[in-house]
Design a protein around this ligand. Structure first.
Ligand SMILES: [Zn+2]
Ligand SMILES: [Zn+2]
Length: 342
């Protein structure tokens, strides 16, 4: 079989790799669609993974081989799922912090989503595999993982109908957040970004107001507009300097949700008096637990997520390198790119 294999930031090769064998409790799927995630792009452009890695985790596919001890799935089933499975029994799991389980990151699909065939190990088959509803395409189903991550992130904070929410970043993640927020009947969704291209899309995804913070100073603008501030700010852009700004535009009692890895210049300065006097808070969120997938599939099925507008490009699996280049091209209107294997 073939896979798109990472060798360097400008060197991704579509080449022959060994097709995984499955054991009695495992499943092999033929990958049909796999979304390109911001974290995949980050891993490639910053060369954060070993040479020879196969990335991709937003997969959907058809079952082509089933181990003899698997009873819940059959040949031909259309499925989607995640990549990391918690143990459900450790100290972190018993406190509901499934994504912090020490076993979580040790579990994975093989060799990765950007491959013609993917092996799903026993724990994935047991806890993290979902049938795709009739009428939902593989590309749409590949959005289940990023949508589930956003649902997981929003669970980290209490969002009420009538809240004002700011989403920083109008990429696919920011736009998924925006749509989920709209569905919660928040009063106002404001989206900021530095790209007019991206902001032009944002209204289609539930934004009431967009602000290009490359051209307009956010705090000054909100003061001029006598804006009351935000109950919740979700940071969906990997710029740690956004954190102090998010704190400043929060209402008293509000919460900032950090939805980005902030690996570049992670140390920032914050006026810490806001925690005590204003009861402002900051919460972190990482990845997704097995409990958010069904919700995500429903959000896609019921049209909460506008999949058609979100998926701007579908490309063959062999074009992963070109797909990553495309995301770096600021003049192109690129939201979600889905790699397909047909
Ligand atoms: Zn992802
Ligand atoms: Zn655990």
């Amino acid at each position: 079989m073939k896979a798109s294999v990472f060798y360097g930031k400008n060197d991704i090769r579509f080449e022959e790799v060994e097709q995984p064998d499955i054991r009695d409790k495992e499943i092999l799927i033929q990958m049909k669609a796999c979304g390109l995630c911001g974290t995949d792009i980050h891993k490639v452009t910053e060369e954060l993974v070993p040479s020879g890695s196969v990335l991709g985790h937003e997969y959907a596919g058809e079952i082509v081989a089933v181990g003899k001890e698997v009873s819940d799935f059959s040949l031909g089933d259309r499925v989607t799922g995640g990549i990391h499975v918690p143990c459900f029994t450790c100290e972190q799991c018993s406190r509901g912090h499934y994504t912090l389980c020490p076993e979580f990151k040790k579990t994975n699909i093989h060799p990765g989503g950007f491959a013609e065939y993917i092996k799903l190990p026993e724990e994935h088959v047991k806890h993290l595999l979902y049938k795709i509803p009739d009428g939902m395409s593989y590309s749409e189903a590949s959005l289940a993982e990023p949508v589930a991550c956003c649902i997981h992130g929003q669970k980290a904070v209490h969002i009420h109908a009538g809240d004002r929410v700011l989403v920083m970043g109008a990429g696919p993640i920011g736009l998924i957040h925006s749509q989920l927020l709209k569905n919660k009947l928040v009063k106002e969704v404001v989206i900021t970004d530095v790209s007019d291209h991206r902001l032009n899309n944002a209204h289609e995804f539930g934004a009431d107001l967009t602000i290009n913070t490359g051209k307009t100073d956010l705090e000054t603008y909100l003061q001029e507009q006598k804006h009351p501030g935000f109950d919740v700010v979700i940071i969906a852009a990997g710029v740690s300097a956004l954190l102090p700004q998010a704190m400043n535009v929060l209402k008293r009692g509000g919460t900032v949700v950090c939805f980005s890895p902030f690996t570049i210049k992670p140390v920032v300065e914050i006026d810490a008096s806001m925690f005590f006097h204003d009861e402002k808070s900051i919460v972190g969120t990482y990845s997704v637990s097995p409990y958010e997938f069904e919700e995500a599939i429903l959000a896609i099925q019921k049209g909460v997520i506008n999949t058609e507008a979100l998926i701007t490009h579908e490309m063959p699996l062999s074009d992963l390198g070109r797909a990553i280049e495309l995301t770096q091209n600021k003049t192109e209107n690129v939201l979600k790119i889905v790699l397909k294997n047909e």
